[in-house]
Design a protein around this ligand. Structure first.
Ligand SMILES: Nc1ncnc2c1ncn2[C@@H]1O[C@H](COP(=O)(O)OP(=O)(O)OP(=O)(O)O)[C@@H](O)[C@H]1O
Length: 246
């Protein structure tokens, strides 16, 4: 179980302190699929980075399976079974896709078949990619899918995906959503997926709308989708009037 207790995060700007996350408390039970969504700049990625240990909260505590992990670094959290897929994944010159999957799985003897299984889950063919380097020669969508495959290979207890849909074509996106559904249906990892995609939001047990550094709404996809729409319209008076006039 993941517990966030009164998490705040602020940065020092020339004009003073800027609050990015404001007193966020949230509990996520095991095997749940939770989607963080909300407006750009609302604080979703910052919250995910705080869970992974890539950013340190200004105040508040994070508990993972009852253990206070607030002061643990990213490596220690990875060892405890937490993994994170970046919105814009890093590239690793000199490292092949097979090397990356082998490292991620922790199994030095990871077979081609196993690599193929992970790559298929993200819509890639092992024959085309296993010996490619994870460098700038890969497209944005390819590197994104390879990173997601490496998270699947890690087989973590908590998987955090930051906008997995970004830059991914429709066919691969469809394969990816099936993969998330499968992991969820088989009681696999707890998943936090940051997404703006209705299809992914609809898979969630719980949707958390993060806006302006706070949790604006929480609930089922059914309950939350109309609220998102209302929020969107209220931000644009012209559009609201037009819609009301229909
Ligand atoms: N180190 C920092 N210094 C200044 N501002 C920051 C810093 N880190 C984050 N921010 C700001 O905090 C806000 C939240 O950023 P964050 O990336 O968490 O948003 P997000 O909800 O993930 O957005 P998006 O949907 O666009 O990915 C943004 O306005 C961002 O510019």
């Amino acid at each position: 179980m993941l517990e966030l207790k009164s998490i705040s995060y602020s940065v020092q700007e020339s004009t003073g302190e800027l609050g990015i996350l404001k007193d966020i408390s949230l509990t996520i039970d095991d095997h749940r699929l939770v989607v963080f969504t909300g407006p750009n700049g609302g604080g979703k990625t910052t919250l995910a980075k705080i869970i992974m240990g890539l950013a340190t909260p200004t105040s508040g505590q994070i508990f993972w399976n009852g253990q206070d992990i607030t002061s643990l670094d990213i490596t220690s959290r990875a060892k405890l079974g937490i993994s994170y897929g970046f919105q814009q994944p890093p590239r690793f010159k000199g490292l092949t896709v097979r090397n990356l999957l082998t490292l991620a799985s922790g199994d030095k003897a990871l077979s081609k078949d196993q690599c193929c299984q992970y790559l298929t889950k993200v819509g890639l063919c092992a024959n085309d990619y296993l010996d490619r380097e994870v460098d700038v020669s890969l497209s944005g969508g390819e590197v994104k899918r390879i990173e997601i495959a490496s998270i699947l290979a890690r087989n973590s207890q908590l998987m955090i995906f930051d906008e997995p849909e970004a830059g991914i074509d429709l066919w691969s996106f469809s394969r990816l959503t099936e993969t998330f559904e499968q992991i969820h249906a088989t009681g696999g990892a707890t998943m936090i997926i940051i997404s703006h995609q209705e299809r992914i939001i609809s898979l969630a047990d719980e949707v958390v709308v993060v806006g302006d550094g706070t949790i604006r709404h929480r609930g089922s996809a059914e309950d939350i989708l109309p609220k998102i729409l209302a929020d969107t319209l209220s931000g644009c008076p012209v559009l609201s009037k037009e819609v009301q006039a229909r």
